[in-house]
Structure formats: C-alpha cells, structure tokens
Design a protein around this ligand. Structure first.
Ligand code: HEC
Ligand code: HEC
Length: 256
C-alpha cells in the first residue's frame, strides 16, 4: 500500500491509534511531520481506492480534521465533511500549488495527482456534515454589523449580500461554493482576512479577494462572529442552484 521507503507500518499505525483516541491537537503537527519525514504517509499513493480504503488512507487528515472530516468546537481546524466536491478539490489544488498556505498540508499533498485529489474531495463531500454548536461570544454591536453586511451587503461599496453566492441558507451551492455555517469564528475571520491581505487566493477573477478588500478588519470580525453565532440549519446540504440566475460578480473556478 505504501509507495515510499522507510519504516512502512509504524507511522500509519501510530496515527490510526492516536486519531481513534482523539489525538491532542498540539500533537497533530509533530506527528504528521514525523510521518512525512519518514516518507510513510498513507495518503501519498496515486491510485484511486474505494471509499472504505480511502477512509483508512485519510487517517493522517483526521489528526486535524476529525473523524470523516468533522471537527467540532472552536478549534481552528475547519470541518471538511459535506462541503461541495468541486470546492474541496479547488482547495486541495490551491494548497498543493501555493494559492493557500499551510506547510503540513502542502507537504502531504505535494506528490498527489489532480485525479487523486479529486477522489479525496469526492470522499469528503459524501460524508455527513459536522453539527457545530453556535458561538456565544459575539457582542450586540458585532451581531448587528455582521448581520447587516451578510444579509444586505453594501451597494455603495459593491459588496453583494453573501447569500447571493453562498446560498439562501448560507449552506453553500453545488458544486464549487462552500457554506458559511458551522465554521469556527476564528477560522472565518482568518480566511477573510487572508484574502484581504493577499495570503489566500482563489482562481481569477478572485471575487472573495475583491469583497474582503472592501471590508474593514472590524467588519470582518463582526461578520465572522455573526455567522458563527447562527445555529446550523437541520438537513441543509449545499443548495443545488444559486438564489438568482447569475453570480452578482464573476468568480473564477466556479462551475455552473
Ligand atoms: C496538521 C494539521 C492538518 C492536517 C494533517 C491536514 N490539514 Fe487540512 N487544514 C488544516 C488547517 C489549519 C486548514 C486551514 C488552513 C488555512 O488557514 O487556510 C486546513 C484546510 C483544509 C481544507 C480547506 C477547508 C475549507 O473549508 O476551505 C481542506 C479541503 C483540507 N484541509 C483537507 C485536508 C486533507 C485531505 C488532509 C489529509 C491529506 C489534510 N487536510 C490534512 C490542517 C490540517
Ligand atoms: C460573488 C460571489 C460571492 C459573494 C457575494 C461572497 N462570496 Fe464568499 N466565496 C465565494 C466563492 C466562489 C468562494 C470559494 C473560493 C475558493 O474556491 O477558494 C467563497 C469562499 C468563502 C469563504 C471560505 C470558506 C471556507 O470554508 O474556507 C468565506 C469565509 C467566505 N466566502 C465568506 C463570504 C462572506 C462573509 C461574504 C459576504 C460578505 C461572501 N463570502 C460573499 C463567492 C462569494
């Protein structure tokens, strides 16, 4: 199964045991780095396996992203289960190719083909999404500013309402737009800020970069706090289509 040299079984078994027992977060990075250094990561193979075997190969990802890609709590690691497949694929390609930054993930994905990344994306997209509890630390002012900007946008600054692209319930739109519910507030804040600062990029034209640059830091924090305060709607997978026929502004990498 392992296509690299080095001690073949040790690292995957170590990681499997750890992830079954809920690997402490602080251990995740050193353990995964150890695996990469040993050349023994179980996800480096290029052939595309069936779902059950895929789950086994993705144990290394579970160290940070939780069982089947579901993280819960206000840890920084985003859930990836149940997100639109093309969105997940675009992210994996972005981490591998440097449009998004994460050293450990970039190292893990470095040798993986587009086809294999596609299979990983399909696997996670088919898992049930996480049920993230609502964030309770937002101030009344943040909630008011966050709700106004999310729901109505700001036409004077060319900021469309977020749901025009992220779906009526903000649970995403198939196949390439992610939901904004059920994510930790810290993660949301960091992602929008990264776009504002040019550290996260999507395929051109990068509509999120444009929107993020129009928002102040305090507005980004308010939007993130409001979004994370919303309970995850029951039975709400990503929508099949956009609320309006077209995107309000163009976004690259978004398939019809
Ligand atoms: C050491 C911890 C760690 C490991 C191991 C890890 N990830 Fe991640 N992953 C992260 C973090 C942190 C982020 C958010 C990075 C950022 O700030 O942009 C992330 C982001 C992602 C995203 C984007 C999520 C989104 O909503 O945009 C995907 C998809 C993903 N990881 C898949 C994987 C897969 C597949 C693996 C295994 C091959 C993996 N990750 C292994 C920590 C990890
Ligand atoms: C014109 C369409 C459009 C609008 C309007 C829009 N977005 Fe997005 N957003 C996207 C697309 C497309 C992506 C996926 C980009 C990628 O592939 O990395 C995205 C991704 C995101 C992500 C990353 C989610 C993750 O899991 O990492 C966040 C956060 C986000 N948008 C927040 C917002 C907020 C907040 C608003 C409203 C102020 C908003 N977006 C308005 C199109 C839009």
């Amino acid at each position: 199964m392992l296509h690299h040299g080095g001690p073949p079984d040790l690292a995957p078994h170590l990681l499997m045991r750890c992830s079954n027992r809920r690997l402490p977060r602080w251990l995740a990075v050193p353990v995964v780095l150890l695996m990469i250094l040993c050349g023994a990561t179980p996800v480096a193979a290029q052939d595309v396996p069936a779902a059950a075997e895929m789950a086994d190969r993705l144990k290394a990802c579970a160290a940070c992203h939780g069982d089947e890609g579901r993280t819960v709590g206000d840890a920084y690691y985003p859930s990836i289960a149940g997100k639109p497949a093309r969105y997940l694929y675009n992210q994996l390609v972005s981490f591998r190719d440097g449009r998004r930054q994460h050293r450990v993930m970039a190292a893990m994905l470095r040798t993986m083909s587009d086809r294999y990344l596609g299979a990983i994306a399909t696997y996670y997209a088919a898992r049930p999404h996480a049920r993230q509890p609502a964030f309770e630390g937002a101030t009344a002012e943040q909630l008011a500013i966050g709700e106004r900007l999310t729901v109505a946008g700001d036409a004077s600054r060319n900021i469309p309402p977020c749901q025009d692209c992220h779906g009526e319930q903000l649970t995403g739109v198939q196949p390439s737009i992610p939901g904004l519910r059920g994510l930790p507030t810290r993660y949301l804040d960091a992602q929008i800020s990264a776009w504002k600062q040019g550290q996260r990029q999507a395929a051109a034209p990068d509509c999120m970069g444009k929107i993020a640059r129009s928002l102040s830091g305090a507005e980004i924090t308010a939007i993130s706090a409001w979004l994370a305060s919303q309970p995850y709607p029951d039975n709400a997978p990503p929508a099949d289509r956009l609320p309006h026929e077209q995107l309000p502004i163009d976004c690259g990498g978004v398939l019809p």
